[in-house]
Design a protein around this ligand. Structure first.
Ligand SMILES: [Fe+2]
Ligand SMILES: [Fe+2]
Length: 132
């Protein structure tokens, strides 16, 4: 089921909130794709390129914000980002090896949705108390 951004995900930083919303849109599009009978692999390729770059930029930006604001979960945030990037790299390797498979797409969007709802509320949202 599509995941919707709501105020529970707010960090108090409008750039970070916009970036999270963009990642939500990505996960929802991947979920839609996983339900199609015929998949446009060009679209999947460009979505993945977008996701990889976008997530890296987002993580870099957010980690810098947390350090600047002396956020107590800055290190925790960074280590969870590293773990997510390692997962994403593995997932992309599987895609490049095997091509598109519905199970792969389902695993990826579920993991992203789980990441969004869990990590953002628990870690990123702590920026709210440190907003400048
Ligand atoms: Fe984060
Ligand atoms: Fe984030």
């Amino acid at each position: 089921m599509a995941i919707q951004w709501n105020k529970g995900f707010a960090t108090g930083d409008s750039h970070i909130d916009e970036q999270h919303q963009q990642i939500f849109r990505f996960a929802n599009r991947l979920e839609e794709i996983s339900q199609l009978e015929e998949v446009d692999e060009q679209e999947v390729n460009s979505l993945l390129r977008f996701l990889e770059t976008y997530i890296q930029n987002h993580f870099r930006y957010e980690e810098a914000c947390m350090l600047k604001r002396n956020c107590p979960v800055a290190q925790r945030n960074r280590s969870e980002h590293l773990a997510f990037k390692a997962f994403l790299t593995r997932s992309l390797e599987i895609y490049h090896q095997n091509g598109y498979q519905r199970k792969w797409a389902t695993d990826l969007y579920k993991r992203i949705e789980d990441w969004l709802s869990n990590h953002i509320c628990r870690i990123d949202a702590q920026l709210r108390n440190k907003a400048v």
